[in-house]
Design a protein around this ligand. Structure first.
Ligand SMILES: [Zn+2]
Length: 228
């Protein structure tokens, strides 16, 4: 079954010095309108980001409730939440979806319950209806969750069948579309027998196998598209 997908811009912040000095990142979430359900992929930045981070990283935040209202939806309209991972810039609005199933990888939930991982009260670790599903699975026909660990232990991406083809919502498995393109080049070099190719994550093979017409990212307004 095919869905339509709308991107929601839910905020931005300055990347930490250790990641990309001076670079301002956006924060995206997506509404996936499936024939049988309305799915929200990521829920934006939480309210309780520590004040020192708000100052140093200059957070801009659009509450997920406002972002949904901009497309005539409210939290009660959402039937399923999928978080790419549980950091507070991707799952910080989970508290608004109490009672709605939230699909996560078991490794992610375990990490989020450990120390220094996220902001538990925004991510609603205790009150949220977390449903742990390991590895690749299809919560709805035509919506496939892919295991893409690396940025976090249980990071996951979402492949959505649309009229235009398969759209992969890749969360933060790369910071931007260029990172994905570089990994794809590394994979191609490896396949061609190039000696000592750059590293790339093993799950790249699966994403490429799905033949996406577009790959979108949680912190980039640019998308990846295949060669013409
Ligand atoms: Zn992030």
């Amino acid at each position: 079954m095919r869905s339509s997908v709308t991107r929601l811009l839910v905020g931005g912040f300055l990347a930490p010095e250790s990641v990309a000095p001076g670079e301002r990142l956006v924060v995206n979430a997506w509404v996936v309108r499936h024939p049988e359900a309305t799915v929200l992929v990521d829920t934006g930045i939480g309210e309780h980001v520590p004040p020192e981070d708000v100052t140093s990283m200059r957070f801009l935040r659009t509450p997920i409730t406002d972002a949904l209202a901009s497309v005539d939806l409210q939290p009660a309209d959402v039937d399923l939440v999928i978080n790419c991972h549980l950091h507070v810039d991707h799952a910080g609005g989970n508290v608004h979806f109490r009672g709605t199933p939230i699909v996560v990888q078991p490794a992610e939930l375990a990490a989020a319950r450990g120390p220094d991982y996220t902001v538990a009260e925004d991510v609603d670790l205790d009150g949220g209806r977390y449903e742990e599903r390991e590895g690749e699975h299809e919560p709805l026909p035509g919506i496939r969750v892919l295991s893409t660990p690396g940025h976090s232990p249980g990071h996951q991406s979402v492949a959505v069948d649309t009229d235009a083809g398969t759209l992969v919502l890749a969360g933060q498995c790369f910071r931007d579309a260029s990172g994905f393109a570089r990994a794809l080049t590394a994979m191609r070099l490896a396949h061609q027998g190039y000696e000592d190719p750059p590293n790339y994550p093993a799950w790249m093979e699966r994403i490429v196998e799905l033949n996406p017409y577009r790959v979108a990212f949680g912190h980039d307004l640019a998308v990846w598209q295949p060669d013409a």
